[in-house]
Ligand binder design. Structure first.
Ligand SMILES: O=C(O)c1ccccc1N[C@@H]1O[C@H](COP(=O)(O)O)[C@@H](O)[C@H]1O
Length: 218
C-alpha cells in the first residue's frame, strides 16, 4: 500500500539529542523528528530531555517516540511529557502491547530473508504504517541497508522505508520501494546522536529530487 505518485514522500529524521540538530532538521524539511527512548541506544534521551527538544517543533512537524520492549509505565511517562507523541515500536512488542498504549503507532519490522512481511503486517492491523528496517544486532539504528527486493508489492500497510538510508541512496530507495515516508538516523550523523546539518539538508533535497523524478515519470 504505497503512496500515490503525486503525494510527497514524508521525511522522518530519528535519534536527535541536541537542540541545534532539531532546528537544523526542521529547517532542512523534516516532517517528523524521532526521539529514542531505549536506554541501551547511544542516542537515548529521557522523556524530559525529549520534551525540551520537542518544544522547538513548529506545528505540523510530528514528534515520534521510539520504544524497544518498553513497559506501559515507560510509554505513559513519555506520552505525559509529549502529549502529541506518535509511537514507534521497534522491539518484540505484540499487537496487543502496541494497541494497549492507546495511541497511533508505527510498527517496525526488522527485515531479513526469514521474515514474512505479509503476515507481519497482517498481525498489526492498527498500525498507521509499517516501518521497514534492516535486521541488526541491537534492534536498529545500525546504518545497514536490507535487500529491498524482499518487500512484497502487496504489503497491506503504508510502508516507511528505513535502514541505512543516506543522501546517496535515498533517491533510489524511493524509486524502487515507493514508500509513504523515509526514516534516517545513521546516514545523517557525524557520530551516534550527533546530526550533521549539511547531511540532513542533502538527505531532504534528495527526497525531493526523487519525488520530482517520479512525478515527471522518470
Ligand atoms: O537509533 C537507535 O539507536 C535505535 C535503537 C534501537 C532500535 C532502533 C533504532 N533506530 C532506528 O533504526 C532505524 C534505522 O536507522 P539507521 O538509519 O539505519 O541508523 C531508524 O528507524 C532509527 O530510528
Amino acid at each position: 500500500m504505497n503512496k500515490p505518485l503525486q503525494a510527497r514522500t514524508r521525511i522522518k529524521i530519528c535519534g536527535l539529542t541536541r537542540p541545534e540538530d532539531v532546528d537544523a532538521a526542521v529547517a532542512a524539511g523534516a516532517d517528523a523528528i524521532g526521539f529514542v527512548f531505549y536506554a541501551r541506544s547511544p542516542r537515548a534521551v529521557t522523556p524530559l530531555q525529549a520534551a525540551e527538544l520537542a518544544r522547538r517543533l513548529p506545528p505540523f512537524v510530528t514528534p515520534v517516540g521510539l520504544f524497544v520492549n518498553a513497559t506501559p509505565a515507560e510509554i505513559e511517562a513519555a506520552c505525559a511529557c509529549i502529549p502529541t507523541l506518535l509511537l514507534q515500536f521497534h522491539g518484540d512488542e505484540t499487537a496487543a502491547q502496541c494497541d494497549a498504549a492507546g495511541r497511533p503507532y508505527l510498527r517496525a519490522a526488522r527485515v531479513d530473508a526469514d521474515i514474512d512481511l505479509l503476515n507481519f503486517a497482517r498481525a498489526f492491523p492498527a498500525a498507521q504504517a509499517l516501518l521497514l528496517d534492516a535486521h541488526v544486532e541491537g534492534y536498529g539504528g545500525g546504518g545497514k541497508v536490507f535487500d529491498w527486493s524482499l518487500i512484497p508489492a502487496d504489503v497491506p500497510a503504508p510502508v516507511v522505508l528505513s535502514g541505512g538510508l543516506n543522501p546517496a541512496n535515498v533517491t533510489d530507495g524511493i524509486a524502487r520501494v515507493r514508500p509513504v515516508a523515509v526514516d534516517v538516523s545513521s546516514g545523517v550523523e557525524l557520530a551516534k546522536g550527533i546530526k550533521d546539518a549539511g547531511l540532513m539538508r542533502r538527505f531532504c533535497d534528495a527526497v525531493r529530487e526523487a519525488d520530482d523524478r517520479l512525478a515527471a515519470g522518470l
